[in-house]
Write a protein of this length. Structure first.
Length: 100
């Protein structure tokens, strides 16, 4: 997938371009229509490591949420699942933004 246009759109506050504007279509493009991917979060301590493309797509889709709080929190949690220690990643992000 070409992530550049989606990241540019998010950075400029615009809606996501195709195929990211259709979450089901974006997942289908990444994996084909036969696989269903579900991302669930139950607190930072319960995050499970995921395949990096899963985490990247989930983070981009979450970041497009019109609610800025939900967008930022869910995108960070999704991105964290691509790391060996998701809690450490979240702690680093919080520290970077002076929130720890």
């Amino acid at each position: 997938m070409d992530w550049g246009p989606a990241l540019d759109a998010l950075g400029q506050g615009r809606g996501l371009p195709a195929p990211f504007d259709d979450p089901e279509g974006a997942w289908a493009r990444l994996y084909g229509r036969r696989q269903i991917v579900t991302v669930l979060f139950d607190g930072v301590d319960q995050l499970v490591a995921s395949y990096p493309p899963d985490a990247a797509l989930a983070a981009v889709l979450f970041a497009a949420d019109p609610n800025p709080t939900a967008a930022s929190v869910n995108a960070i949690l999704a991105a964290a699942t691509a790391h060996q220690d998701p809690g450490e990643f979240v702690a680093a992000v919080l520290h970077e933004f002076g929130l720890s």
